[in-house]
Design a protein around this ligand. Structure first.
Ligand code: GRF
Length: 209
């Protein structure tokens, strides 16, 4: 179908594909805000249809301010992690997304989620994977004394921070950097990279097979 449309309409006459995206996040939500801003300016070929959290978090307020649906599912509200995984999968299903973006979602998603959504779930991580996986990637990179770190977007799989890599951006470590200053520069790179990857997925330039 896409080939047929491409043949019928020259590139100059084609409207960009816009895909439905659910964002999962746990924190301040600056990446989510960047996606909302990019959407508002027409730079993102996606509509953020919902933002899901695993805890009360400032990102919920951002999403609500932008008049987006939110859902909050703390694991402690469920009898087991397996039940929580399934509940997350069901919550995402309500919004029928083409893509799920984990943007600072500080929980591992298990089989009950990934069996349903893993094929179209991507994660952004603040290091050049496979270096420095885990929750303290920026701190670990500084402690290791690297001169260059960065960020990675990868497909989410059962093994944390280990799915196929879709994009990476290098960020130099500067003299005097602490965890906060380095993370802020990495997040600036993550914002740009994430928009770019989502657009490439929307365009079919990246295929999540
Ligand atoms: C990002 O660096 C993301 O890669 C990491 O958490 C950060 C989220 O930042 N896992 P924010 O909450 O969107 O500001």
């Amino acid at each position: 179908m896409r080939a047929h449309l491409t043949a019928c309409f020259p590139a100059s006459r084609r409207l960009p594909y816009v895909i439905r995206v659910v964002v999962l996040a746990s924190g301040t939500g600056s990446l989510t805000q960047a996606l909302l801003d990019a959407e508002a300016s027409g730079a993102l070929q996606a509509r953020i249809v919902a933002v899901g959290t695993d805890r009360p978090a400032p990102v919920e307020r951002l999403a609500q301010t932008a008049r987006r649906a939110t859902f909050q599912l703390p694991p402690a509200d469920f009898p087991s992690r397996a039940d929580w995984d399934v509940a997350m999968a069901q919550a995402v299903s309500l919004f029928n997304p083409a893509l799920v973006v984990s943007a600072g979602f500080m929980r591992v998603l298990g089989p009950g989620f990934l069996d349903r959504w893993g094929r179209v779930t991507i994660n952004t991580h603040p290091a050049l994977l496979p270096a420095f996986p885990g929750a303290h990637a920026v701190r670990d990179a500084l402690a290791a004394g690297v001169t260059v770190t960065g960020c990675t977007v990868h497909r989410m799989t059962l093994q944390m921070d280990a799915g196929p890599i879709l994009a990476q951006t290098r960020v130099p470590v500067e003299d005097g950097d602490d965890e906060a200053s380095l993370h802020e520069r990495i997040k600036a790179a993550e914002r740009t990279q994430l928009v770019d990857v989502i657009n490439q997925i929307a365009d079919g330039a990246i295929v999540l097979a």
